[in-house]
Design a protein around this ligand. Structure first.
Ligand code: SF4
Length: 278
């Protein structure tokens, strides 16, 4: 069981490339170092898509739901649904998204609502108490194998930690257009990163990790995939990737890495085509 006085630090994220390592930066570099360079080194930002706005709205609604539960407030899904139009508007104001027309925006808004309704209908009100909700954690990167401090912090945002009898359960929310069988390696960097952040910040060990994925089918569904607590093998692999990532940053070496994500990459016909080895 986790200590009752668990304190997870909340900090403001620094912005520089060498200010910190994060799971999302690491994941993009793993997918394609050139795409990473264009986003984080050159600062090329692509506009937020309607699908991303749906995901952000769902995240915000679930954050509100669990913050209320953390404060022992009444579990009332209707209040969460009623707040959705406001969430949508405020996210749009923060980072405007272009829609084809009004009908598309309404359809996407309805999709977000339907996903949140699906989630709230399937998760019982008497779930374990939340220990942390949408919590930013920053800790030093110290290799557990040899104690070496890599000299750069690790920073990530954990969606939810529940205080379960078998130990804290670290949960990540996702929205996806397709579901299917749990393929652990797809989530390995993220899961091990959250475990590392949690253990370093709390001195406790998670009981399990879980991905809760809302699938955007015509009738939405919730898929839950549970994974065992991380082992030394996982941390060894995580630090192997982090060292290779830091090497690439030091050398300024960012190779394109063609793969399944190329079809949807905005750089495919421009900067990627222009790339040549130096
Ligand atoms: S098209 Fe593929 S290889 Fe090229 S930058 Fe995009 S993700 Fe990388």
């Amino acid at each position: 069981m986790i200590a009752a006085d668990l304190q997870l630090p909340t900090r403001h994220a620094p912005s520089g490339l060498l200010d910190y390592v994060s799971p999302s930066r690491l994941n993009l570099w793993l997918k394609c170092p050139l795409a990473f360079q264009l986003k984080y080194v050159e600062g090329l930002r692509t506009p937020t898509s309607p699908a991303q706005l749906v995901g952000k709205t769902v995240h915000r609604a679930l954050e509100r739901y669990y913050r209320r539960r953390q404060l022992s407030m009444e579990c009332d899904p209707a209040q969460i649904i009623a707040a959705l139009p406001g969430d949508w508007e405020s996210l749009q104001a923060e980072d405007p998204v272009s829609f084809e027309d009004r009908a598309q925006e309404q359809a996407m808004h309805l999709q977000a609502r339907s996903l949140v309704e699906t989630y709230l209908a399937q998760i019982p009100c008497d779930e374990s108490r939340p220990l942390a909700v949408e919590t930013e954690i920053q800790v030093p990167l110290v290799d557990p194998h040899n104690g070496e401090d890599l000299g750069i912090p690790f920073l990530g945002i954990v969606d939810l930690i529940l205080d379960e009898p078998s130990g804290p359960r670290i949960i990540d929310f996702k929205t996806a257009s397709r579901g299917g069988q749990a393929v652990e390696i797809l989530h390995e960097v993220q899961l091990t990163a959250y475990s590392y952040l949690f253990r370093q910040a709390s001195s406790a060990t998670e009981g399990a990790l879980e991905i809760r994925q809302l699938i955007k089918t015509k009738i939405p569904r919730l898929e839950r995939q549970t994974f065992e607590a991380r082992t030394p093998r996982h941390f060894s692999r995580l630090f192997g990737w982090i060292r290779a990532y830091l090497d690439d940053l030091d050398r300024g070496r960012f190779l394109p890495r063609p793969g399944l994500t190329c079809a949807g990459c905005e750089h495919r016909l421009t900067r990627c085509q222009a790339w040549q080895p130096s």
